[in-house]
Each structure stands twice: as C-alpha cells, then as structure tokens.
Design a protein around this ligand. Structure first.
Ligand code: IMP
Ligand code: MG
Length: 178
C-alpha cells in the first residue's frame, strides 16, 4: 500500500484458515445456546464479519466502541466507552470479539464491564495476542494467533485510522501518527 507497510505478520490464507477453525470451535461450544457476539469497534469489524460467517448458529450482534489509545501507538491505560451496547445481555451468553490484546488493559476493562451486567456467561475471542506484554491476567477462550510485540496494521487494525482495509496483518514501519 505504501512504504510504511512492512512484512506480513499473518497472511491472508492463514487468516482465513484460522478464522474458519475458530468459527467451528465456537459452533461446537455454543450449539445449545448461541451467543451474542459483541464486536469491539473499530478494529474488530472485519474479523467479526468473517468469524460470524464461520459460525453455523443463529448468533446475534452488538458492538461496543472504546478508546484506550487516542490515535497514538502506545497504550495510556485509560479506557473510555464511546459507544455502549444496544441490547440487554442479562442472562445471555456473551462472546466478546476483539482484534488484538496488547497490554490487556482494554479487554480486562471490557470483561469486567460486561460481567457487571449479569450475563449468563462471558467469554472472549481475540484474533491476535502480542507475546509477553499482558499486564493483567486475562481469560481468553479463543485466540487466533500469538504474534511478536510489534505494531501491526491491516484486517481492521489501524494507525491513525489508516490501513484497516489491508487484507493481511502487516508490521507498521512508519512514524507514529497522531
Ligand atoms: P491494550 O489495552 O494494550 O491490550 O490495547 C488493545 C487495543 O489497542 C486494541 O484493541 C487495539 O485497538 C489497539 N492496539 C494494540 N496493539 C495494536 C497494534 O499493534 N496495532 C493496532 N492497534 C493496536
Ligand atoms: Mg480493539
């Protein structure tokens, strides 16, 4: 796309294969009680679209938008809700669909926030987990790939709102964008 896009960290074929596997696993685990998928905007939008089509169950959809970064590439540890859930998840099984876990602070916050609403269950499916950086103990039921601790873009992930439309996951090698 341009010179700031480095090597593919996860290629298109690997993404497609793994998303299919995750969908099959979720289908098997939730056969009797299809979950509400809660996508974390904006990063998870492409993953959510592909994952949902790999799940052979009548799932429902909702989205939350949170901000933990501004548009910089480093975590601040502060989480703000920009868009809350539309549906009532009381006594419903919830599956959080997240793009990437870096420090884990965003997901830890979301898990606590959703658990406080009294769902029947809450589990998380994260496409990417960065190796070794999590500052909190997280319960991740489904993980697509563990990747090295580099900043990545594509397949929904951005830097300064760009590169979300790359088909694969690539290392970002440009300057920080604010
Ligand atoms: P955490 O709270 O440090 O785990 O950060 C999680 C959020 O930061 C993710 O949901 C992404 O929105 C964003 N993020 C973390 N690492 C990356 C990356 O390498 N590329 C793009 N966004 C990232
Ligand atoms: Mg995210």
């Amino acid at each position: 796309m341009d010179e700031h896009i480095g090597r593919a960290v996860v290629g298109v074929d690997a993404l497609q294969d793994r998303v299919g596997e995750l969908g099959a696993q979720i289908t098997a685990d939730y056969t009797d009680d299809p979950p509400i998928l809660v996508g974390v905007l904006k990063g998870a939008f492409l993953f959510m679209a592909d994952l949902a089509r790999a799940i052979a169950l009548p799932v429902e959809f909702d989205f939350m938008a949170v901000s933990s970064y501004g548009s910089a590439t480093r975590t601040s540890g502060t989480v703000r809700i920009l868009k809350d859930l539309d549906v009532d998840v009381t006594d419903r099984p919830v599956l959080i669909v997240e793009d990437i876990v870096d420090s884990g602070l965003t997901l830890a916050y979301l898990q606590r926030n959703i658990a406080a609403r009294g769902p029947r269950s809450v589990a998380t499916c994260a496409l990417l987990v960065k190796d070794g950086l999590q500052r909190t103990e997280l319960d991740l039921a489904y993980v697509g790939f563990t990747i090295p601790p580099v900043f990545v873009v594509g397949y929904g992930l951005d830097v300064g709102e760009r590169y979300r439309n790359l088909s694969g996951i690539h290392e970002y090698v440009g300057p920080p964008r604010r």
